[in-house]
Design a protein around this ligand. Structure first.
Ligand code: KG4
Ligand code: ZN
Length: 351
């Protein structure tokens, strides 16, 4: 049995968690700064770093308390090393290094997107472990900062299929929500407004980018902006629900169509959808209904940023022999493709 205490502070959540054997969540604490940043309409990096400094000590203490463990009883430590906001990452990395120095425990610096992927293997202590995703799998990672379509041939092995050419899916939700005056974070606000609206009220564009696995959301964002300006010029009240529903439908259409095409093209045996935007109900429902293979989407609390997923990814790396030197630097713009791969051969799927 192995237990990892993990820390996460890549953006605006200060989080700590203890996970057993990379799958069973013993504790899971997230202090969100969303209310603090709402007044700026987005994350204010300087404010985020300072809030992480205030929050980490109590958050880590609570994670250990909930897990009924003392620090000396965990087997390893992990922290998000990147990608993310430099100041925020630094606070987490330094806090984790302090813990490692004080305890002599091994420390792993984890890639934030690898963490989002391994959220799919987690379960809460009162739940049975979910069935494990089978390889090869297609993973769609959709968050505030990233939209990546990945082929995973085995644990810790990633092949990039495509990604966004401009705005990330979550970023598009956040920008359009701001434009519509729906507040921050935008994803949940758009989803809520959309519930009362007609998804076909406005025919917003779907950037298909044929022949490529890439995505693009900036044209859609501009189309919403143009529609809003047109309505304003005409002196009309904004039909917020219809605008939100039509925008959401356009984003989800593109995400679903391209991801499912990749599942078929690469003969994937399962589909994984993760990252903050996978909290979206329409996206979840459509993927589950339309995918030709089993779909794995982490429960809501594990889709958005948390530290349990960091522990889950760290355990896979730890088991594959990876540990970091305490002198490691943060990696604010680290891509998944730069990660070292484990040495074992790729497991072949059974027919
Ligand atoms: O993964 P995450 O918590 O942080 C990053 O790593 O970026 O993702 C945050 C993003 C935000 O853009 C937020 O608006 C979006 O996830 N999001 C949603 C929903 N809940 C959160 N987007 C659409 N629908 C939702 N229900
Ligand atoms: Zn994230």
């Amino acid at each position: 049995m192995s237990r990892i205490l993990a820390l996460e502070s890549s953006c605006d959540e200060t989080a700590a968690a203890v996970v057993e054997d990379g799958r069973r969540i013993l504790s899971h604490v997230v202090a969100s700064q969303a209310a603090l940043h709402a007044q700026f309409g987005g994350v204010f990096p300087e404010v985020a770093s300072r809030q992480h400094i205030r929050a980490f000590y109590p958050v880590v203490e609570q994670a250990l308390k909930q897990a009924k463990l003392r620090l000396a009883e965990v087997d390893a430590l992990a922290v998000t090393r990147g990608p993310g906001l430099p100041g925020s990452l630094l606070v987490g990395a330094n806090f984790a290094k302090g813990l490692a120095l004080a305890t002599g425990l091994p420390l792993l610096g984890v890639h934030h997107l690898e963490a989002h992927i391994y959220a799919a293997w987690l379960h809460f202590p009162d739940e049975q472990p979910r069935p494990e995703p089978e390889f090869p799998l297609v993973a769609l990672i959709v968050s505030g900062g990233h939209t990546e379509l990945v082929l995973m041939e085995g644990h810790l092995r990633y092949r990039r299929l495509g990604g966004t050419r401009d705005d990330a899916a979550g970023e598009a939700f956040d920008k359009v929500a701001r434009l519509l005056g729906l507040g921050y974070p935008g994803g949940p606000a758009i989803q809520k407004a959309a519930a009362q609206g007609a998804p076909r009220a406005f025919a917003f564009p779907r950037a298909r980018l044929r022949g490529s696995w890439d995505f693009s959301f900036s044209g859609l964002k501009t189309a919403v902006l143009r529609e809003v300006r047109r309505l304003e010029r005409a002196g009309r009240a904004l039909p917020l629900a219809d605008l939100a529903a039509s925008f959401q439908a356009a984003v989800v259409d593109v995400l679903v169509d391209k991801t499912l095409a990749a599942v078929r093209e690469f003969g994937a045996r399962s589909l994984l959808v993760t990252g903050g935007v996978s909290a979206n109900t329409l996206l979840r429902t459509r993927m589950v209904q339309e995918a030709p293979v089993p779909v794995h989407i982490p429960p809501l609390a594990l889709c958005t940023d948390n530290a349990a997923m960091v522990a889950a990814a760290a355990q896979r790396r730890f088991d594959a022999g990876f540990v970091d030197d305490l002198a490691f630097d943060i990696m604010p713009s680290w891509s998944l493709w730069e990660l070292p791969r484990p040495e074992e051969p790729i497991p072949q799927p059974q027919a």
